[in-house]
Each structure stands twice: as structure tokens, then as C-alpha cells.
Design a protein around this ligand. Structure first.
Ligand SMILES: Nc1ncnc2c1ncn2[C@@H]1O[C@H](COP(=O)(O)OP(=O)(O)O)[C@@H](O)[C@H]1O
Ligand SMILES: [Mg+2]
Length: 253
């Protein structure tokens, strides 16, 4: 597998609180990498370091490097906005813009980036984004309806369409199914499986069955440290660390 990202000796703090501790791991291209571990162990912080979102919190700090196609996203002349355009993110709770239509939600990220486009080009982008997010057939006749009028699972796919509309190379998903019912969860998992043909995907999940189902490689974090990283099947069936075994068999966490 070709690595899209190399995380090297990454450390992150909130003030004095050292929450990501010297993490080194790759993120493979066209593949799904799961990040698992108990609540508060630094999963969200780790992935937010990958697109320079961690540093927007006052007092937050990062050390180490994140090489995206070999270039450090923390390099001296790198514009964080350009990194966030390449490394898109989907959050735990679907968060469509409350007053925007389905159409306008999909193109919202482009507008935020200041891209000016003709309506016909926008229509193409909206259709492509919604198709990629497996939502097009359900909403193509109601693009003017508010995004928030959709079901929770549809809203999450709308947020995925919004993230894909800016044509990222990497998609970060922070517990994208934790607010969804089992059917909507299955849809998102199927979608992740399709999207990995085109993107490097990192998915944080507290659901170990989900990690086992959707990912190719898994990282187990505990108290900010990367305890074990490897092929998903091996990590779940034959972990090499005692802590991993304890966690996946439910002995703690
Ligand atoms: N905005 C924040 N300000 C200060 N501390 C935070 C903030 N977000 C998270 N933390 C702390 O950082 C640690 C790691 O949190 P987080 O990365 O959210 O863990 P996880 O996603 O694994 O639940 C926790 O101790 C948490 O309390
Ligand atoms: Mg989290």
C-alpha cells in the first residue's frame, strides 16, 4: 500500500495537558484506517492534527510532523486553509448549515473557500457530490429543501457530500455513525467501503465491530499513546500487546 500520510513523532497539547504522545504511524492511500481507544484517549485530537484543526483551539499546540505526499503540513510556508481543502472532515453529529438548502449545503465549503462559479457548474458539483455520498437518488427532486429537513442518516451523507465537493484527497471521519440508527450506520459503512477506492480515509470509532468491518488497518490509542498499529484482522484476532487484547476483549475502556 502507498502511504498518503506519514505521522512522525506527533505530540499535541491543550495548555499543559499532553494528549497525543509521540505518535508515529502511516495512513495508507485508497484504504481505511480506523482509530480506536477509550473515550478521552486523544483520537479526535490526533485526527484534528492531520488537517491543522487542532491549533484553532486557544492554547492548543502541536509538535512533530505530518507528511502529506511527503510534504510537512506543518511546514513554514504552508497555509492551513490549503491543507483543510485537501484533508476534509466529517463530524460526530451531522451539522448541515441550518438555514441552507440541500443544494447550498453541498457547495457551502466551496463558497467558504471563495471559489466563484456558474450555477451550471455548481449543479454538476452538487450532483457529483450527492452521488458520491449515495444520497442523490433520495434528494434529487428536493434540492431546494432545507438540509435539516432530512433524516439524521441523510444529513450525515449530506455532510459527506459537502466534504467531497471540495475534492479532498483525504477524508477524516470522527465517529460519523455515533448519532445514527443501525440502518443509517450500515449505509455510511457501505459508503466508506466505496469511497476508499478514491480516498485515504481515517475513521475514529468507539465501535470495535465497526472498525473490524470497515477498516484495513487499525490504530489503538490509549492515554495519548499509540499502543498498537497494524492490519485490522491481525490486531483484532491476534494482537501483539497485552493492552490491546484487554481493550478489544472489553476488560477495560
Ligand atoms: N477543546 C478542548 N480543550 C481542552 N481540552 C480538551 C479539548 N478537547 C479535548 N480535550 C482533552 O484532550 C484529551 C483528549 O480528548 P479527545 O482527543 O477529544 O479524545 P477522544 O476523541 O479519544 O475521546 C481529553 O483529556 C480531553 O478532555
Ligand atoms: Mg473524540
Amino acid at each position: 500500500m502507498i502511504n498518503k500520510i506519514e505521522i512522525e513523532n506527533l505530540n499535541a497539547w491543550f495548555g499543559q495537558n499532553h494528549v497525543v504522545r509521540d505518535v508515529t504511524m502511516p495512513i495508507a492511500d485508497r484504504s481505511v484506517t480506523a482509530v480506536i481507544g477509550p473515550s478521552g484517549c486523544g483520537k479526535s485530537t490526533l485526527i484534528r492534527c492531520l488537517n491543522r484543526m487542532h491549533e484553532v483551539v486557544p492554547g492548543a499546540r502541536v509538535e512533530g510532523s505530518v507528511l502529506l505526499d511527503g510534504e510537512d503540513v506543518y511546514g513554514r510556508d504552508v497555509d492551513p486553509v490549503s491543507i483543510r481543502a485537501k484533508v476534509g472532515m466529517v463530524f460526530q453529529r451531522p451539522n448541515p448549515f441550518p438555514t441552507a438548502s440541500i443544494f447550498d449545503n453541498v457547495v457551502a465549503g466551496l463558497r467558504l473557500n471563495g471559489t466563484r462559479m456558474r450555477r451550471s457548474d455548481l449543479s454538476e458539483i452538487v450532483e457529483r457530490g450527492l452521488r458520491q455520498a449515495a444520497l442523490w437518488e433520495e434528494v434529487k427532486d428536493s434540492l431546494g429543501k432545507p438540509g435539516v429537513s432530512l433524516s439524521g442518516g441523510q444529513q450525515q451523507r449530506l455532510c459527506i457530500a459537502r466534504a467531497l465537493a471540495i475534492e479532498p484527497e483525504v477524508l477524516l471521519m470522527d465517529e460519523p455513525c455515533s448519532a445514527l440508527d443501525p440502518i443509517a450506520t450500515t449505509k455510511i459503512e457501505e459508503l466508506v467501503h466505496q469511497l476508499k477506492n478514491r480516498y485515504a480515509i481515517v475513521i475514529v470509532t468507539h465501535n470495535m465491530q465497526q472498525a473490524a468491518r470497515v477498516s484495513d488497518r487499525t490504530a489503538f490509542l490509549y492515554l495519548g499513546e499509540l499502543i498498537e498499529f497494524g492490519d485490522t484482522e491481525t490486531l483484532f484476532t491476534n494482537p501483539s500487546k497485552r493492552e490491546t487484547d484487554d481493550y478489544i476483549t472489553g476488560r477495560f475502556g
